[in-house]
Write a protein that binds this ligand. Structure first.
Ligand code: NAI
Length: 328
């Protein structure tokens, strides 16, 4: 029995993500929460002939409570997306409060749920979530994940284009650090199976992974940021969590977590100087069961990228923590 909740279910990411979750037969209950349009989205999705019983909630009539109570996994794509010229950090003002409110609801109604934060800026919204959960006395670092899978998916796709691999998902590439611009660090030297990227193409490839989101923002020309590829990526991560919780072994995917609270993470936090950081995470029944150190084996070029990552990321993390500790 798995109850999944999507908070922000009526949005550009929320709708296709809800559709993918509805298609997953391991899910028995799917609750869709948003401040608008969930009755319609839920009615539509509920006609799909898979096991999940679908319900839709708005804030009125205790909607948050009813949606979240009993949830095993809550995926959060709520909040505003970028428009051309905006950075993810520009979203902070609005999305910080939205994420805070939703996490307060989780702390109250489903404190044991696995929480997957998609809302940007992930580098700050995940620290906000951790702070809120800590204050409520229910923080379990093994259950809080910032979803950085889209960066991984992009790296797989762009590399396949260069090396001529027909199925991009066959190559595993650790993409670590944070989830915005220079804080995103793909470690192509640790790709499995190994890939040989021509030296004259490497910088452009790294840059494309770091700023791939901008391509979509520009192409959508004011209509938002990545939604369909993000729904795929968010679903891929949610599916892995569900499989791992149900006992499947050997599932690893990078995610932005609170490292000191995840086994193996403390040393990585010390080496990077960042408590919140994305590294490959081994998933299991208790959530994030092991943080895998890929930082110490980065090559020299990647170490240089990591230095830039640490600087930006530390500021983003502090900004999130500060938002909860000293509200504006
Ligand atoms: P959208 O505007 O299409 O949808 C957002 C939804 O959130 C709307 O339906 C809105 O009504 C809802 N919402 C607003 N306040 C809410 C609240 N308090 N409770 C519940 N729902 C609420 O935006 P889109 O394109 O779906 O993006 C959502 C978020 O995901 C943005 O912050 C965006 O930057 C982020 N994102 C993250 C990515 C990642 O890799 N982690 C990639 C792409 C986008």
């Amino acid at each position: 029995m798995v109850k999944a909740v999507v908070a922000g279910a009526s949005g550009g990411i929320g709708q296709p993500l809800s559709l993918l979750l509805k298609a997953n037969k391991a899910i028995t209950e799917l609750a869709l929460y948003d401040v608008v349009n969930t009755p319609g989205v839920a009615a539509d999705i509920s006609h799909i002939s898979t096991p999940a019983v679908v319900t839709g909630y708005l804030p009125k009539d205790d909607g948050l409570k009813n949606a979240f109570t009993g949830a095993d996994i809550v995926v959060i794509p709520a909040g505003i997306p970028r428009k051309p010229g905006m950075t993810r950090d520009d979203l902070f003002k609005i999305n910080a409060g939205i994420v805070q409110g939703l996490i307060e609801g989780i702390a109250q109604y489903c404190p044991k749920a696995y929480i997957l934060v998609i809302s940007n800026p992930v580098n700050s919204t995940v620290p906000i979530a951790a702070e809120v959960l800590k204050r409520a006395g229910v923080f379990d670092p093994k259950r809080l994940f910032g979803v950085t899978t889209l960066d991984v998916v992009r790296a797989e796709t762009f590399v396949a284009g260069i090396v001529g691999e027909k199925d991009p998902s066959k190559t595993t590439i650790p993409v670590i650090g944070g989830h915005s611009g220079e804080t995103i660090v793909p470690l192509f030297s640790q790709a499995k199976p190994s890939v040989s990227i021509p030296a004259d193409k490497l910088d452009a490839l790294v840059n494309r992974v770091q700023f791939g989101g901008d391509e979509v923002v520009k192409a959508k020309d004011g209509a938002g940021s990545a939604t369909l590829s993000m729904a795929y990526a968010g679903y891929r991560f949610a599916e892995k969590v569900i499989k791992a919780v149900n006992g499947e072994k050997g599932i690893v995917e990078p995610s932005f977590v609170y490292l000191p609270g995840v086994p193996g993470g403390d040393a990585i936090a010390k080496a990077t100087g960042c408590d919140f950081f994305s590294v490959p995470i081994e998933l299991g029944p208790s959530g994030a069961e092991k943080a895998i150190d890929v930082v110490s084996s980065a090559n020299d070029a990647e170490k240089k990228l990591l230095e830039a990552c640490y600087t930006g990321l530390k500021g983003n993390i502090s900004k999130g923590i500060e938002f909860v500790q000293n509200p504006p």
